[in-house]
Design a binder for this molecule. Structure first.
Ligand SMILES: NCc1[nH]cc(CCC(=O)O)c1CC(=O)O
Length: 301
């Protein structure tokens, strides 16, 4: 019997889901059918920061898992709330794509003239880019990559900032003017990684889908998300984190930035990949001791 894979209907989401479906068929021999699901995040026009950013793209897919209308779902990991929901399990975290953020538009970031308009819906991107170029105008935008990039041609914006992974999956990496290095712009925790989720009780599926899991991706994003969770920050908070697992050591860096980009608490730590969650929690505790929660607190009201 076909496996039913639930996916948001955006081009990026269906492209990502089809990639997972193809890998699943290739490795298990099972046929996978994509089932489109509309989520609240897809239909609301509100800015993510107003929505809190967490779960608006996820809950409708999870409802379909519970109702048995789909067997598993593919999310962008960075859209998945860090709060554990015991009904579900991450059966696989496939090998991560590029984790970095990209600038789309005719100019490199340093060449944008003062006052140039840069479109992004992410408080994290605004805070970190403001630290580099406080003289630019950061414009909140919503919608899919096509809509956002279209605003440049329409003359509404001079540039937009999007995830490299999303652009690459959409076949639009040719439009990237610059990829920001993590030293300039630390990515969202889990950015570039996909999450293959099913009901925790479906042990048959957990085992079958486990063939798609990449252990180094899992340890890295586990540490990144542990930082986010320990800071009690949502997906829309100005928190960046990136970890790399070379097979022996997990190297983690995280930052909390004030909205205006003027203050930041940035720290790094290294540890065993098998203790990724603890590494993230310990680093978050050190960051809070250095005032990260004060910066976080400023966001909350
Ligand atoms: N809801 C936004 C979102 N969620 C995941 C991605 C990119 C793909 C990824 O991180 O895997 C994006 C778009 C963006 O940040 O440009």
């Amino acid at each position: 019997m076909n496996l039913r894979l639930g996916t948001r209907r955006s081009t990026l989401a269906t492209t990502q889901s089809q990639m997972v479906a193809d890998a699943c068929t290739e490795r298990t021999g099972r046929t996978v059918e994509l089932v489109g699901v509309t989520t609240f995040g897809d239909v609301t026009k509100a800015h993510l920061a107003q929505l809190g950013g967490t779960g608006v793209f996820v809950s409708a897919l999870r409802d379909k898992l519970v109702e048995g209308e789909i067997d598993f779902a593919v999310h962008s990991l960075k859209d998945l709330p860090t709060k554990q929901d015991p009904r579900f399990t991450l059966a696989a975290l496939p090998e991560r794509h590029d984790h970095r953020d990209a600038l789309v538009g005719p100019h490199k970031f340093a060449d944008l003239p003062p006052g140039a308009r840069v479109g992004t819906g992410s408080p994290r991107r605004v805070a970190m880019l403001s630290a580099l170029r406080p003289d630019l105008e950061y414009v909140p935008i919503r919608g899919n990559a096509d809509t956002r990039i279209g605003k440049i041609a329409a003359g509404e914006l001079d540039a937009v900032v999007l995830a490299t992974a999303g652009l690459t999956r959409l076949g639009r990496s040719g439009e990237i003017a610059q990829i920001f290095e993590v030293e300039e712009l630390l990515p969202a925790p889990g950015q570039g990684a996909l999450a293959v989720e099913c009901l925790a009780g479906r042990t048959d599926l957990v085992e079958l889908l486990g063939v798609l899991d990449d252990p180094r991706t899992r340890s890295a994003v586990t540490a990144e998300r542990a930082v986010l969770s320990a800071l009690e920050a949502g997906c829309a908070a100005p928190v960046g984190a990136f970890a790399a697992d070379d097979g022996h050591t997990l190297n983690l860096t995280a930052v909390v930035v004030s909205v205006d980009g003027r203050e930041a608490v940035r720290k790094s730590a290294a540890g065993s990949p098998s203790e990724a969650a603890q590494l993230g929690r310990l680093l978050a505790a050190e960051m809070i001791a250095e005032g990260a929660d004060r910066l976080m607190g400023e966001q909350s009201h």
